[in-house]
Design a protein around this ligand. Structure first.
Ligand code: AMP
Length: 115
C-alpha cells in the first residue's frame, strides 16, 4: 500500500509542493504548527528512521540541505528554525513515510516538556 506521502509525491493527492527534485519532495504541512511548517520527504518510501539503510546516507544529508535552502527561501534562516524527525509511537510519528519537519517563523519554545 502506498503511503499518504507516496500518493502526494505521485500527484495522486493534492498538496502545496514547494520543492521537488529526483530524490525529495517538500510540501506544506496540512496542519501547520508554526508560520512556516514544511515537510521534506524522500521520494522513495522509508517508513521510519529505523529503516534508513547505510546507502541512504547521502539522501538523508540531501534532505537536510534542502531544508536549509527552504529555510533561507522562507526568510527564517537568521531568526532560526527547528528540524524534527519523529520515530514510532513514543516519537509521535503519525505518517510512516520518513519526513523532516521544518518549523519556524516564531519562537518555538522548548523542544519537549520536562517531566
Ligand atoms: P509525524 O507526526 O511526524 O508523522 O507528522 C506527520 C505530519 O504530516 C503532521 O504534521 C500532519 O499535519 C502532516 N500531514 C498529514 N496529512 C497530510 C497531508 N495530506 N498533507 C500535508 N501534510 C499532512
Amino acid at each position: 500500500m502506498p503511503t499518504l506521502f507516496a500518493k502526494i509525491i505521485a500527484g495522486e493527492l493534492p498538496a502545496t509542493i514547494v520543492f521537488r527534485d529526483a530524490r525529495v519532495t517538500a510540501f506544506l504541512d496540512i496542519r501547520p504548527a508554526a508560520p512556516v511548517h514544511i515537510l521534506v520527504v524522500p521520494n522513495k518510501t522509508i517508513a521510519t528512521v529505523n529503516d534508513i539503510a547505510d546507502e541512504d546516507e547521502a539522501l538523508i544529508g540531501h534532505m537536510v540541505l534542502v531544508a536549509r535552502d527552504l529555510a533561507k527561501q522562507q526568510g527564517i534562516a537568521d531568526s532560526g528554525y527547528r528540524l524534527i524527525v519523529n520515530c514510532n509511537a513514543h516519537g509521535g510519528q503519525e505518517v510512516y513515510h520518513l519526513h523532516l519537519h521544518l518549523l519556524g517563523g516564531r519562537p518555538l519554545g522548548p523542544l519537549v516538556q520536562r517531566a
